[in-house]
Structure formats: structure tokens, C-alpha cells
Design a protein. Structure first.
Length: 72
């Protein structure tokens, strides 16, 4: 059984550590298992697109292709 997460995704900036909530309903491409996205805020990335790291509720990195944790 896959736990269906409710509530917003937490966005964390890898540069300054600033956190904000992100409404998961905005983006259907993000798998439901994703709880946290580590990226960079506009102040830290200088306007370039920052790479995102998707993490699930226990901190495993989620593969963008499969929507499942990477096998380690
Ligand atoms: Zn930042």
C-alpha cells in the first residue's frame, strides 16, 4: 500500500536553506510520494533554472523518470 501524502510539498533552497510550502495540486507531474523538493530560490540561483532534487517522506531521492526511489 502506497501512502497518499496530503498537504503541501516543502520547498527547501539548497543555497540559503529558506523553506516554503508548494501546493502539490499545481503540478500533476510531481509524484504523490514526493514530500520535499530541494532546489534554489530566485535569490540564490541568479535567475537560472535550478536543478531540483525530489525527496520522499523518509528522505530518499525520487527518480524523475519512474517516480520511485532510486535503487541503491
Ligand atoms: Zn536561497
Amino acid at each position: 500500500m502506497v501512502a497518499m501524502l496530503k498537504g503541501p510539498i516543502k520547498l527547501i533552497c539548497s543555497g540559503c536553506g529558506k523553506e516554503q510550502d508548494y501546493d502539490r495540486d499545481i503540478d500533476d507531474d510531481i509524484p504523490n510520494c514526493v514530500k520535499t523538493i530541494v532546489s534554489q530560490c530566485p535569490e540564490c540561483n541568479g535567475g537560472d533554472f535550478g536543478s531540483e532534487i525530489w525527496l520522499d517522506v523518509v528522505g530518499r531521492e525520487i527518480d524523475w523518470e519512474t517516480g520511485k526511489p532510486f535503487q541503491t
